[in-house]
Write a protein that binds this ligand. Structure first.
Ligand code: ADP
Ligand code: MG
Length: 474
């Protein structure tokens, strides 16, 4: 899907940077819709024509929308929207003082030219109905005054701000709003803003004071006023957190005050803390499972040294590898921030373990590993680890009976269908009866892969090539 900036770039004669400015505007303009209780429409001029196209639309959270229908893509001519054309041509905010009746509803429309680098690039209209907006009180008056100032900044080219903090989404005006004067003193606070600092234990009257004086830590207000940048901060007491977004209000290049959007994020922070505790617990469990499995492997190894029959020793050695490969999955997962790990990390540990355990020092066997599967959980990684261990083990044990030298490859991949793991060697190739073999190794692989709904196939072609495919969605 084309992005907003791409669409604007195609439709209008604006360049990339101008289109990008409009995209940033549309990332930031909810605050204007909410402060003005208005629907916002963004008009750009269609390339080479006396027409404007609506490129973006936004509804207010603070009021009922006048446009339940989608307006994006609608084109209008100058006679249909004279104020849009005038604002665009004259480069100043065009206010319609008397509401006009549309379908019997009085509607007031302002047209705000959007300036970028000294040129007007588009027009934003604010349309609200005094009849549908709430009973005008002090809050409505303050919101509307703030909206006027933000509109003027759009017209001056100082809104949207440059270098918007990318990490957070925009808090809403209705979450809480402080209006500060040019010195940074609190001139007005919305009921929600007052409630949230109340919850942080601030009881005294805050009007006429600095946000920094409330004993809740230092805010970025001072820096925002100095640098004229929009900055984010946080008020904290105990487990309570209020996220702040400080928007300096700039008029003729001077600071005229600022708006501070305040959102109580205590619940969010608590959830984040719980998730990180949970992640740490899961890591710890993986670590303990790994330790237990390694203990089992050591016990089997000890036992292997004591038996006299070669067959029994071999069987125990194979079991050590199987248990060891599962331990490696848990070891890898215990080092990850989440409950998933790249299987390539597990596979390279398996290669090391098998080489150390099985390849005698005088043999020259090289194991090559390539590719990645993407992150996998223990449910997939464990059976895959056991299977890959069996296959590498087979290559070492059966592929090079005479020469004791050769190459083994482990290739990992992922496509739309799922995961593909290939283990190949350049040895003697499979014997005729390996498919019918009643021995345990390949049977384990077949049944583990079968349980995952995957497929396992082997071919002998100047060596042996075994392929495992496991379907996964997404
Ligand atoms: N990479 C390989 N090269 C040659 N022969 C193989 C290879 N992999 C498996 N085979 C043959 O298939 C048989 C079955 O393998 P498997 O089920 O793992 O049992 P085991 O390894 O215990 O013999 C092996 O005995 C061997 O003859
Ligand atoms: Mg085997």
């Amino acid at each position: 899907m084309a992005t907003l900036a791409d669409r604007i770039y195609r439709v209008s004669d604006l360049n990339k940077r101008q289109s990008e400015h409009l995209r940033t505007l549309c990332f930031s303009w909810q605050v204007l819709a909410d402060l003005s209780f208005s629907d916002l429409l963004l008009y750009v001029r269609v390339m080479g024509q006396e027409l404007f196209e609506i490129s973006a639309q936004l509804r207010p959270f603070t009021s009922q929308t006048l446009y339940p229908q989608d307006m994006v893509g609608v084109r209008v001519t100058q006679p249909e929207q004279p104020v849009v054309e005038r604002a665009f041509r004259e480069g100043r905010v065009w206010r319609q003082d008397d509401p006009v009746l549309v379908d019997g509803i009085p509607i007031r429309m302002d047209a705000v030219p959007v300036r970028f680098n000294n040129g007007v690039v588009a027009v934003v209209t604010k349309e609200g109905s005094p009849a549908t907006s709430r009973r005008p009180g002090r809050l409505e008056q303050v919101y509307l005054q703030c909206a006027e100032r933000v509109s003027q900044m759009i017209c001056d080219g100082t809104f949207p701000y440059e270098d918007i903090p990318a990490s957070h989404e925009w808090p809403r005006v209705s979450d809480g709003l402080f209006v500060l004067d040019e010195a940074g003193l609190i001139a007005w606070a919305s009921p929600n803003a007052l409630s949230s600092i109340h919850r942080l234990g601030v009881r005294q009257n805050v009007l006429g004071r600095y946000l920094d004086e409330l004993g809740l830590g230092v805010t970025p207000v001072g820096e925002a006023l100095d640098t004229k940048k929009m900055l984010d901060g946080e008020l904290v007491r105990g487990d309570s957190h209020i996220r702040l977004r400080v928007m300096p209000l700039i008029e003729r290049n001077e600071i005229r005050g600022s708006l501070v959007l305040a959102r109580d994020v205590s619940e969010l922070r608590q959830k984040e803390r719980m998730i990180s505790v949970k992640d740490a617990t899961i890591r710890e469990i993986h670590h303990r499972v790994k330790n237990n499995l390694q203990t089992i492997a050591s016990l089997l190894r000890l036992q292997g040294r004591r038996v006299s029959s070669d067959e029994a020793r071999l069987v125990l050695q194979e079991s050590v590898m199987r248990v060891g490969s599962i331990a490696l999955v848990h070891e890898t997962l215990s080092e990850q921030p989440q409950d998933v790990a790249e299987f390539g990390d597990v596979a390279s540990r398996i290669c090391r373990m098998v080489t150390e355990g099985l390849v005698s020092p005088d043999a020259q066997i090289e194991i090559k590993m390539s590719g990645r599967t993407g992150p996998l959980g223990a449910d997939l990684a464990t059976p895959l680890a056991v299977s890959v261990t069996e296959l590498i083990q087979n290559s070492i044990e059966h592929a090079f009976p005479e020469t004791r030298s050769g190459t083994i490859g482990v290739e990992l991949g992922r496509d739309e269908a799922g995961i593909v793991v290939t283990v190949w060697d350049d040895g003697v190739g499979l014997g005729e009866d390996s498919a019918k073999s009643t021995r345990l190794g390949l049977q384990i692989v077949r049944s583990l892969i079968g349980e995952l709904g995957g497929s396992f196939s082997q071919s002998a072609n100047g060596g042996t090539r075994s392929e495992i495919r496991i379907p996964i969605e997404g």
